[in-house]
Design a protein. Sequence first.
Length: 133
Amino acid sequence: MVYLWGIQAPRPGQPFGTAATEAAGRICEGKRLHVAARRAGPEGRIAGSVVAEETGSPGEDTTGKDTTGKGNAGKCSSGNQDVGRALIRLGLAWQDQRGPSSAQLRSLEQEARREEVGLWQQEAPTPPWAWRE
């Protein structure tokens, strides 16, 4: 199992937890995944950046250009998609304030907050590190 570096998504049972899991599944489905491990934590847990790489099926647009009108959440060059960045942009994760993160992740979260997408539609969403069932 790989934990997405720099982000925290809602836990199962938490508001938007299912939506975050489903979105990650849609982003990764049928794609080749590239993992850049950033650190190993307790019990061998790996935290890393995960990029879902377009497979380039015939007739498939792998340019990364938005043809849906829904924005290019987390798109990398050549149509690849960084899963963590995409979840933050969709309002389905926080940038992890408890550990190292990046200015880009903070910026994507601020944009999602301004646009009130995903969990930012809630008045005061509870981050996973503060949430208890």
